[in-house]
Design a protein around this ligand. Structure first.
Ligand code: UNU
Ligand code: FES
Ligand code: FE
Length: 491
């Protein structure tokens, strides 16, 4: 069934839905799952949207409302989504606001040190219960009728409970909707799906890579907040794919900014023909669509004048080598551009950490934190933060370089003829595979699209899967499109 057929059937289904009694049986053929059937949504033909063999994607994935709706249900409703970092809610009662797709959630530190998250919408008439971005609270009181929710989201007090409800209100059932919370070495994630695999399984081999920085020389990383927040008119996948694997745009989009900054990345400016690209770094993709590109010896990339930071890295790399081995010591000293599927991205070395919160197919809210080594002195952290904001903050030099491309990629693909076209992510397609030193699939150059292919491979898989059971079944086959590649063993 082609996309056109789906669209035609969609129209027909809507007509029948309005006029006939037997529409339900027609719909059932084309609907997916009980929930979707209730919402009368049409199934998306994912195989046509993402062509794995030829590494192309349909242009409509960036703006189509039906695709977006299915993403909300199947990706944002079932993936582990970044909520906050331990360092931003250190004490009992500390809370921050976050988002999971279009849902607003409160993330709150409990008395016993654990973290709970719940949806910020009152169980009485749905008002937003908490309007603060962050703070410390033992309870959250709705300002509409005064219902009081405890630190863990339970309903603890209701005005006129006896006098007007006559003690009939089932308070135990009226807590705020809870979100599953798990954390990995300081990063706190939430999941709406009780059947989802654990966070650690979801991150999978990415844990091995992430330990490079989240364990590092012992102290790991922390996030500095509060996040800068801005709105960009683009689809959430445009920046997500850019961070997962776009080493290609760095020397072009950011040419002027890098030239002015100087430092280890200045050499990339203008895509010089004399650069030994294969020796500059690699890229990686792992199960569940996570991935990153690494540029060797570029960890202090945007901080060419920050000697304290360079000294700290030089002093700690030996410990990383000892504890984690030389492949990860190299990564510890590299610049990473990374996305944890679906919408959590960071640049290690550039010290920026960004969440792309979707608000409709063509709009996102960007939340930008600063990512720093926890064991640095506070004044070094502050100087790194200043430089990270100058470059990748809302009005940052490199951030503004990217912004225009992000919004144009979303908008320019809509035209009636344009939309029938496809996008290409074939770079380095035969120069990747299993590697002796690293888990996942490894691409030969950091300028290549290996991790794009991994990102969209999983995007298609999770968009198509009725439930997590169907995703688990693919655990041994997920790397099928790279099987048979002898690239690294031949090299
Ligand atoms: O824009 C990026 N993704 C980037 C910028 C990557 C590496 C260095 C600077
Ligand atoms: Fe990459 Fe045009 S050159 S989008
Ligand atoms: Fe960029």
């Amino acid at each position: 069934m082609s996309d056109k057929d789906v669209a035609f059937i969609s129209g027909a289904v809507r007509m029948y839905r309005e006029r006939r009694g037997w529409y339900r049986s027609v719909c059932n053929v084309f609907m997916v799952g009980e929930k979707s059937r209730m919402e009368m949504r049409v199934m998306i033909n994912v195989k046509e949207l993402v062509d794995l063999e030829n590494a192309t994607q349909a242009k409509k994935i960036f703006w189509d409302q039906d695709i977006y709706d299915q993403e909300q249900e199947r990706i944002f409703g079932r993936s582990w989504l970044f909520l906050t970092h331990d360092s931003l809610i250190p004490k009992n009662g500390d809370f921050v606001m976050s988002r999971m797709g279009e849902d607003k959630v409160i993330v709150s530190r409990q008395k016993d040190g654990s973290v709970e998250a719940f949806i910020n919408s009152c169980s009485h008439r749905g008002n937003q219960v908490c309007h603060a971005d962050s703070g410390n609270a033992k309870a959250f009181t709705c300002n509409y009728h005064g219902w009081v929710f405890g630190q863990n989201g339970d309903l603890v007090d209701v005005p006129l409970d006896t006098l007007c409800y006559h003690d009939n209100l089932k308070k135990a059932e009226l807590g705020l909707r809870k979100v599953r919370v798990e954390s990995y070495k300081g990063l706190i994630f939430g999941n709406m799906d009780p059947d989802a695999i654990s966070l650690e399984e979801y991150l999978g081999d990415m844990c091995w890579f992430l330990d490079t920085i989240l364990v590092g020389a012992g102290g790991g990383m922390e996030l500095m907040g509060p996040p800068l927040r801005s709105v960009l008119d683009c689809n959430w996948k445009v920046p997500a794919e850019n961070f997962v694997g776009d080493g290609y745009h760095v020397g072009w989009t950011h040419a002027a900014a890098l030239q002015i900054l100087g430092g280890p990345l200045a050499g990339l400016a203008g895509n010089r023909a004399d650069m030994p690209y294969d020796d500059l770094g690699k890229q990686f993709t792992t199960r569940h669509g996570h991935g990153f590109g690494a540029i060797n010896d570029a960890v202090t990339s945007i901080h060419p004048e920050n000697e304290e930071y360079a000294d700290f890295m030089a002093e700690t790399r030996g410990v990383v080598a000892e504890n984690l081995g030389t492949p990860r010591e190299e990564l510890y000293m590299s610049h990473w551009n990374c996305t944890i599927f679906p919408n959590c991205s960071f640049l290690y070395g550039t010290n920026t950490f960004k969440i792309w919160h979707p608000i409709g197919p063509g709009k996102i809210e960007v939340w930008t934190y600063t990512l720093v080594h926890k064991d640095l002195d506070i004044d070094v952290k502050r100087s790194i933060q200043r430089q990270a904001i100058r470059t990748f903050g809302t009005a940052g030099t490199l951030e503004s370089d990217d912004g225009e491309n992000m919004s144009t990629c979303t908008d320019s693909n809509r035209g009636f003829v344009t939309r029938k076209g496809r996008m290409n992510s074939t770079m380095g397609i035969n120069r990747e595979g299993r590697h002796p030193d690293f888990p996942g699939i490894v691409g030969a150059s950091f300028i290549g699209e290996t991790s794009y292919r991994g990102f969209y491979r999983f995007w298609a898989e999770i968009m198509d899967a009725p439930d997590w059971e169907a995703i688990k079944v693919q655990n041994d086959n997920w790397d099928e499109i790279w099987r048979g590649s002898e690239f690294w063993s031949d090299k």
